[in-house]
Design a protein around this ligand. Structure first.
Ligand SMILES: CC(C)(COP(=O)(O)OP(=O)(O)OC[C@H]1O[C@@H](n2cnc3c(N)ncnc32)[C@H](O)[C@@H]1OP(=O)(O)O)[C@@H](O)C(=O)NCCC(=O)NCCS
Length: 211
């Protein structure tokens, strides 16, 4: 894996969190922190062996695959999340399909258990929304979560996402209801969120947008 993701030099900083594109070194460190309750990408089969080691390897494979497949027409950017102490706390992902036409981003995230429930999930999502609605000029952000994922739904609610619909989803790990939410550009701007997020090094052309 090359040393940095597309968007070299991108950095999202707020008083609460710092987000930087994954490097090979960060990926190794974060794979070691991968919590047992994080659902992995079902498109990447679990390699044989002890479960925790296999999950880490599948996670690394998925992130590397997203890096190699990064394309302005369909991209998935994984950002390492650091706390002001310098400690790595998790990963915030932002992604889009046909972004130039759709202008819509999706997101996913995880935190190590000891960092949860302290408002960090809100701050890291807010940081990528500042990138999306700022330099990338998105029109909307969508997200989805299992109906019982109160923390994920809480992050979205806090940032002003609105309920759209519920769907059924069957994965290798569960069969359940997924709640779909949406945040419009107008709602984001009206909320005043993201004002203390400093975005540097964004290159919109890499994401299929820009001047
Ligand atoms: C989802 C996740 C990133 C959220 O981050 P977090 O730091 O724990 O969440 P926050 O502390 O920012 O809380 C966000 C909101 O949800 C609420 N909340 C958090 N945990 C909650 C819980 N267990 N039950 C009910 N509400 C909860 C908070 O009160 C807050 O709402 P408010 O500010 O309006 O009061 C984190 O919990 C996590 O890593 N979970 C496991 C992985 C996962 O499920 N990822 C999402 C799927 S992609």
């Amino acid at each position: 894996m090359a040393e940095t993701w597309p968007g070299t030099g991108l950095l999202l900083r707020s008083p609460a969190v710092e987000l930087a594109p994954m490097t090979a070194e960060l990926l190794d460190a974060l794979a070691l922190l991968l919590p047992d309750d994080i659902e992995l990408d079902p498109a990447v089969p679990l390699p044989p062996g002890e479960v925790r080691a296999a999950r880490r390897e599948a996670y690394r494979t998925a992130v590397r695959r997203d890096r190699e497949g990064f394309d302005p027409d369909g991209w998935k950017l994984h950002l390492a999340v650091r706390l002001p102490t310098g400690a790595l706390a998790g990963v915030q992902t932002i992604e889009a399909e046909r972004f130039a036409a759709e202008r819509t981003v999706d997101s996913a995230s995880w935190l190590v258990p000891e960092a949860r429930g302290r408002g960090i999930g809100i701050r890291m999502r807010e940081a990528v929304l500042a990138l999306a609605f700022g330099p990338l000029a998105a029109d909307a952000a969508i997200t989805s979560a299992w109906r019982d994922n109160a923390a994920s739904l809480g992050v979205s609610r806090h940032l002003g996402y609105r309920y759209e619909r519920t769907s059924r989803l069957v994965t290798p790990e569960r069969d359940g209801e997924l709640v779909h939410l949406r945040l419009s550009r107008a709602a984001w701007l009206a909320s005043g969120s993201g004002q203390d997020v400093l975005v540097t090094g964004a290159r919109p052309e890499l994401f299929g947008t820009g001047p």
